[in-house]
Design a protein around this ligand. Structure first.
Ligand code: ZN
Length: 666
C-alpha cells in the first residue's frame, strides 16, 4: 500500500523567491528535483548496489506504459520521434501544445491523467500532427509507420479509451476501463475466472495472490480465457530480462540476507510463480538490517478496477539513521497502539508482529513511482504475510523535503486558512504532523487489525482500496491526537494534532478538489478516503458544530471548532471501517463510499479551482531522478558519482533511448 502526499502545499518559513527545486511546470503539474543526502558518504559496495538496483528500477518503465493502455507505447514513441526530428518552427502555438501533450504523457505514463484517469484532450489538431510526421524522413519512424492511424485515433478520438479506470458502480468495470490488464474479457467472466481459482485454494492459510502478475485474455475465436504471465519468457519478457540482468549484478555485491532475497526475486521473475513472490516477500520483510533497500516488481493494484492486477513499480533507497528515531519509537510501541485502538476488541491483533518502520532517503524512482511518487510505502500487501511476518513501512524524507522546498511561500495558507491561530499552528507543526500522520498511517494503520474467521480480504471488491486507505488514515488521525504521543516525546502538545486535523479536514472537504476537473467526481482512492473521512465527520458532528463552513468576504472557508470531539469522531468511524473490513461487509462499505467519498459540490469545486488558479499553484507534483555514473578503472567500479539534472524533457528523452525494451504491441 502506498500513501500519497496529502500536502497540496506546505507551510512556509522561507523566502518568496523562485526556487530552483522546480525544474518544469506545465498544465496542472510541477516537476521538482530531489536530492539524495548521504549518498556520497556510502561505502563503495553500497554505492555500487544502489547503482545496479537503480538500473533495474529504470528497466521496467515500458511495462507500466503498456499496462496503463495498450496504445501508450506507440503514442509515446511517435511523439518522441516527432519531438526529436521536427525541423519546423518550435515556437508556434500548435507545436507548444504538442510539446505539452507529450510532457503530460510522460508524466502520466500514458494518455490518461495519472490522477483523474481521464484521457488527455490535445490542444493541437490531427492535421498538425500528420503534417509534422510527413515532414520527417519516414525511416525515423521504423515500425511505427504502420501505426500512425492507431496513434491518431488514440489521441484525437474522444470516444476511444475514454478513461483508464472506471469505478462507477453498475458499469462493466473492465469493458469500460482502458487499462490493459484484461483483454476482451467481461467483468463477470474475470470474476468467475478468479472465483474458481480461489475456490480451488479454499482453506489454504497462505492464499496465493492470483492474477497479480498477468494479463487476462479471452481468445476471440475459441472464447478460451487464460492468463499471459509477466515473466522471463512470458509477456513483457524483454523488459523483465533487463531487470533480472541488473538484479543479478546487485545480488553479486549484496551481503546476506539481502543476497538471498534478491535471488528469490530473480527466481520469481524467471518463473512467474506467485508462491515464489510470497517467498521473496517473506525474505524481504524479515530483512530489517540491510542499509540499502528496494522495491521492484508488480506491487500495487490501484490501477485494476477489480483490485487484483498490479502495476510495475520500483524504488531504491537507504536508511536515514537520524530521522529513524521517530518511527522506531512508534514501532516499539506498536502493541500499545493496537491494544488501545477504538475498534471492536475482536478485530484487534492480539500480537502485533514485526512492524518495522524507518525513514528513508530515496535514490531512484521507477515505474509507477515515477515521476509522481508516494511519500510512504507499506509492504508487502498480502494479508496473510502481514499477519504472520509483519510488514515494512517507510516514510520518504527527501521527497517530502523537496515538496516542501518547492512549495515555499506559494500563498496557500493565506488563501485557504481563515483563522490566524490555525495558520500559526500549521506553520509551527504542519510538517511534523504530516510526517507523523504518514508514519502512523503506514507503520501502524495498514498493519493493524485482523479479519474475522473465514473472511479472506477480497470481499470489499472495488471499494477495497478506498476503505483500506480510510482505515489507515483514521488510525493515524486518531493517534496523532493521543496524549501517548506527548508522553513518548514525539510531539510537544495537542497543538500538533490541531495543525494536522485542521489541514486534513480542509483538504478533504475542499482543497483537494483542485485536483479534479470540472464536472468530474472523486475517483482516486486516497482522495476518496480523505473526502469520506472529512464529510462523514462533518455530518456526524453537525449538531455540535464540530466542523463549520464559514463565509468571509465572499469566500468559503472550513474551520474546526472542536478538535477533541473531532478526534472522538475519527475513533468512531475507525471502529466502523475496521468492522467492515474484518467482516467483509461489502454493502456497508459501498454505502459509506458512495454516500460520502464520491460526489462533488459543483459550486464549491468551481470556487476552489478559481482560487487555486489565482495563486498559480499546480495541484500535482512529480520528480526528475538524479543520474548515477559508474566510474571504472581497469574494468572495476571504483566510484559512483551522483548528479542532479534539472531537465525534465532531457531525462525523458534519455530514458526513451536507454530503457525502452518492449515492442509497440505486447
Ligand atoms: Zn496507505
Amino acid at each position: 500500500m502506498i500513501c500519497i502526499a496529502t500536502a497540496l502545499a506546505s507551510c512556509c518559513d522561507g523566502s518568496k523567491s523562485e526556487t530552483p527545486w522546480i525544474v518544469d511546470r506545465f498544465d496542472d503539474i510541477k516537476v521538482i528535483r530531489y536530492e539524495v543526502p548521504g549518498f556520497d558518504e556510502l561505502p563503495l559496495a553500497q554505492k555500487e548496489l544502489v547503482y545496479y538496483l537503480a538500473e533495474a528500477a529504470k528497466c521496467g518503465r515500458d511495462i507500466l506504459f503498456d499496462q496503463n493502455c495498450a496504445v501508450n507505447l506507440p503514442v509515446r514513441r511517435t511523439l518522441e520521434t516527432v519531438y526529436e526530428n521536427y525541423a519546423g518552427d518550435r515556437t508556434t502555438e500548435e507545436w507548444l501544445a504538442l510539446e505539452k501533450y507529450l510532457k503530460k504523457v510522460w508524466f502520466a505514463n500514458g494518455i490518461h491523467h495519472h490522477y483523474s484517469n481521464d484521457k488527455f484532450v490535445p490542444e493541437f489538431t490531427e492535421q498538425f500532427l500528420l503534417d509534422a510526421i510527413e515532414s520527417i524522413p519516414v525511416e525515423r519512424f521504423g515500425e511505427l509507420t504502420g501505426m500512425i492511424g492507431v496513434v491518431c485515433n488514440a489521441i484525437f478520438d474522444p470516444e476511444m479509451y475514454k478513461t483508464r479506470l472506471n469505478q462507477k458502480a453498475g458499469d462493466d468495470l473492465l469493458w469500460t476501463s482502458s487499462s490493459n490488464y484484461y483483454r476482451n474479457v467481461r467483468q463477470a467472466e474475470a470474476e468467475k475466472f478468479y472465483a474458481d481459482m480461489a475456490d480451488a485454494d479454499a482453506g489454504n492459510p497462505e492464499p496465493v495472490s492470483y492474477g497479480l502478475n498477468s494479463q487476462l485474455v479471452k481468445e476471440e475465436k475459441t472464447d478460451r480465457i487464460y492468463e499471459r504471465v509477466w515473466k522471463v519468457g512470458g509477456m513483457y519478457s524483454a523488459a523483465i530480462e533487463k531487470i533480472v540482468y541488473w538484479l543479478e549484478k546487485a545480488q553479486a555485491v549484496a551481503d546476506e540476507p539481502q543476497k538471498s532475497t534478491i535471488g528469490e526475486l530473480i527466481a520469481y521473475y524467471r518463473t512467474g510463480d506467485l508462491k515464489r513472490f510470497d517467498a521473496y516477500n517473506i525474505a524481504w520483510v524479515k530483512d530489517t538490517v540491510s542499509h540499502v533497500d528496494f522495491v521492484n516488481g508488480f506491487i500495487e493494484d490501484y490501477g485494476d478496477p477489480l483490485g487484483r492486477k498490479a502495476s510495475w513499480e520500483a524504488n531504491v533507497n537507504f536508511m536515514d539513521k537520524a530521522a529513524c528515531h521517530r518511527t522506531e519509537v512508534i514501532s516499539e510501541n506498536a502493541q500499545w497502539f493496537e491494544d488501545h485502538s477504538p475498534v471492536d476488541p475482536r478485530y484487534r491483533k492480539e500480537r502485533v508482529k514485526g512492524v518495522s518502520a524507518k525513514v528513508i532517503t530515496v535514490a531512484m524512482l521507477g515505474g509507477d513511482c515515477y515521476p509522481a511518487t508516494p511519500i510512504g510505502i507499506n509492504l508487502p500487501n498480502a494479508d496473510w504475510i502481514r499477519k504472520e511476518y509483519g510488514s515494512k513501512s517507510v516514510t520518504i524524507d527527501n521527497i517530502t523535503y523537496a515538496y516542501e522546498m518547492a512549495a515555499h511561500g506559494n500563498g496557500f495558507d493565506e488563501e485557504f486558512v481563515l483563522r490566524v491561530e490555525d495558520r500559526a499552528r500549521m506553520e509551527a507543526y504542519g510538517k511534523l504532523a504530516d510526517d507523523l500522520h504518514t508514519d502512523l498511517h503506514e507503520c501502524l494503520g495498514h498493519g493493524s487489525g485482523q479479519l474475522a474467521p473465514g473472511v479472506k480480504g477480497g470481499e470489499l471488491g472495488s471499494y477495497g482500496s478506498t476503505l483500506e486507505e480510510t482505515r489507515a488514515d483514521l488510525f493515524g488521525l486518531y493517534y496523532l491526537g493521543d496524549p501517548k504521543l506527548v508522553e513518548l516525546g514525539l510531539v510537544p502538545s495537542f497543538d500538533a494534532a490541531k495543525a494536522g486535523y485542521a489541514k486534513f479536514i480542509l483538504n478533504g472537504l475542499m482543497t483537494q478538489l483542485a485536483r479534479i476537473e470540472p464536472g468530474k467526481n472523486v475517483e482516486e482512492s486516497h482522495m476518496r478516503n480523505r473526502q469520506l473521512i472529512a464529510a462523514w465527520c462533518y455530518e456526524a458532528g453537525r449538531a455540535d458544530n464540530v466542523i463549520e463552513w464559514v463565509e468571509h468576504e465572499g469566500k468559503r472557508y472550513v474551520v474546526v471548532n472542536d478538535f477533541e470531539r473531532l478526534r472522538a469522531l475519527f475513533g468512531e468511524l475507525l471502529h466502523e471501517v475496521q468492522r467492515i473490513k474484518s467482516e467483509g461487509d461489502f454493502e456497508a462499505g459501498k454505502e459509506l463510499v458512495e454516500r460520502y467519498a464520491v460526489r462533488v459540490d459543483p459550486a464549491l469545486h468551481a470556487e476552489v479551482l478559481a482560487r487555486y488558479r489565482a495563486l498559480g499553484i499546480e495541484p500535482y507534483g512529480g520528480f526528475v531522478n538524479p543520474e548515477y555514473e559508474a566510474v571504472e578503472r581497469d574494468g572495476r567500479i571504483v566510484d559512483v558519482r551522483i548528479s542532479y539534472p534539472a531537465d525534465y524533457v532531457g531525462q525523458m528523452m534519455d530514458y526513451a533511448k536507454r530503457y525502452s525494451f518492449l515492442p509497440n504491441v505486447n
